[in-house]
Design a protein. Sequence first.
Length: 331
Amino acid sequence: MNTPARLLVVMDPIDHIKYQKDTTLALLLAAAARGYELHYAEMHDLRLRDGVAEGSTRALTVRADPHDWFTLGEPVTRVLGDFDVVLMRKDPPFDTEYIYATYILERAELAGALVVNRPRGLRDMNEKVYTAWFPQCCAPTLVTRDMQQMAAFAAEHGTIVCKPLHGMGGRSIFVVAKGDKNASVVYETLTDYGARFAIVQKYLPEIAVTGDARVLLVDGEPLPYALARIPGAHDHRGNLAAGAKGVARPLNERDRWLAAQIGPAMRAAGMLFVGLDVIGGFVTEINVTSPTGVRELQAQFGVDAAALLLQAIDTRLRAALTEPARAAQAR
């Protein structure tokens, strides 16, 4: 491309991020290093006008400075389809507002922007439920609103993990052991007395030793290292946001098998940046909204996942530019 590619990031407030850990900032720094022209928006800046996706966007400059990492320009109304790339990095909860945003972004995609990850995939691939498409990769799992079914699942498997379908960062994750007198309260809370679906999974004790490993896929291919999130001594959750310790390790044979099972489907669906959460050799979640762990992998093993993702984006952009020429030659 003769002119710099224009990239719009849709994210949570950039002034609230944690500089040392934030993956979105790492992606933006990598994009700036490749010469991208950066722009910024939050969810409330997006809108649809007569079927056209628009936004109040601001020019963005990022710096590798822990005390002063960004500068924003004044808001300008722009058509989202005029951007070469729209990077959707809004964190969950995956609620109706998030779904509405994907409709806006899909209109931008149809107008020519490369949206990462694809809006349709963001809607279709609930990070907990979508594991059902790969049952061979997963431990016993039940998605239900029925509290009696949850109790029966617990009786069958002993200790279980109970989670809402829309959360992140370890919020509202319960481990329920056999005979736990709080079990009914947990089921009632998560399902709102049977009014909402929730997910229960067989508890995998390996999490206490080997952690909850994040295997990152870039355009369907796994990075050579995983980030194992080891729970603290007084917590069961393998989430960095919940205080787990991130320890990078090389992928093992099972990790690569899981990636080979799931990666091609992600690539075919246009999901360029995906995180598989692996405990004891089983996938517990497929993270497509805002995978993290990039900064830790780079710090511990020098793996630049952000640069690899931008390389994949560049490849998609070049393919989009050459496709019209190929079509014209075919005619």
